[in-house]
Design a protein. Structure first.
Length: 276
């Protein structure tokens, strides 16, 4: 059987590239609005520059940190010291360029300002920005680099245990197909479960997966000690996530802590319940 390879990431897929730019659009747009508002305030109130906070801010802009004039001046005056995006632009799966990030930031500023002007509550705008910041997670979930040959199927350099497949689900989305794999018990946690395949490779990949579903693998009994440890660990992580969700005041940090810790706890609990 001839080998098949495909790659779907933010550099080759327009929808993924759009989703990947939601994060710089949200952060860059908010930053542009803050800088713009600060500039307007300084222009309309120039005496603020000679106040205590104004002098401290000017000092920070001149010598304070990686964004200060003292730090950036060599790069502004000497082209050879300016960082080049060429090494990143040519990297596999890298979707960003100076132009695309600038357009995303400007677009984000326009959208955020438009939402505020039409009277959308600040809490809604805030949570939209927070959700957009986490958009790289969606891109990572959909990124797929697959290889199908006579020996088997590998997704993102991880071999798919075809003989342990229980069920294959698929859904067509435009020119791509989302595939969701289910395995028999105790197959392991770090096996491919969700990936995307282009329409031209769909039939060949699904045929190979269906052949694996027809196999009848032997299912080993679970290790009760390992199950107990995983269940206890999962319960502890879920408890810490619940505690973080009620004790942290900052909404963004509270959401991040609850999602990360709760996700780890849920994964450990599921592994302990089903067995590895």
């Amino acid at each position: 059987m001839p080998s098949l390879e495909w790659s779907i990431d933010a550099s080759t897929s327009r929808p993924l590239r759009t989703v990947a730019h939601l994060s710089p659009a949200a952060l860059g747009g908010a930053l542009l609005l803050v800088l713009g508002a600060g500039l307007v305030f300084v222009v309309t109130n120039p005496t603020v520059l000679f106040s205590g906070p104004g002098l401290v801010l000017l000092l920070l802009l001149v010598i304070g940190g990686p964004f200060s004039l003292a730090y950036l001046w060599p790069m502004l005056t000497d082209p050879e010291q300016r960082p080049s995006t060429a090494e990143f632009a040519g990297a596999e799966g890298f979707p960003f360029s100076v132009r695309s990030v600038s357009i995303a930031a400007a677009s984000g500023a326009v959208v955020i300002l438009g939402l505020v002007v039409v009277g959308v509550p600040f809490e809604v705008v805030y949570w939209l920005v927070v959700v957009c910041v986490f958009s790289p997670i969606l891109v990572a979930m959909a990124t797929t680099r697959g290889e199908l040959d006579g020996e088997g199927l590998a997704i993102n350099r991880t071999e798919v245990p075809l003989a342990r497949l229980r069920r294959v689900r698929s859904a067509r989305l435009g020119d791509h197909t989302v595939v969701w794999l289910s395995y028999v018990e105790r197959t392991g946690l770090f096996v491919p479960r969700l990936f995307v395949v282009p329409r031209s490779k769909r039939e060949a990949v699904l045929d190979r997966l269906d052949a694996g579903v027809d196999a009848d693998p032997a299912i080993e009994p679970p290790d009760r000690a390992v199950q107990t440890v995983l269940l206890i660990g999962g319960a502890l992580f879920l408890g810490v996530a619940a505690l973080a969700s009620v004790s942290i005041d900052e909404p963004a940090i509270r959401l991040y802590a609850a999602v990360v810790l709760g996700g780890i706890g849920a994964a450990l609990g599921l592994a302990g319940w089903r067995g590895i």
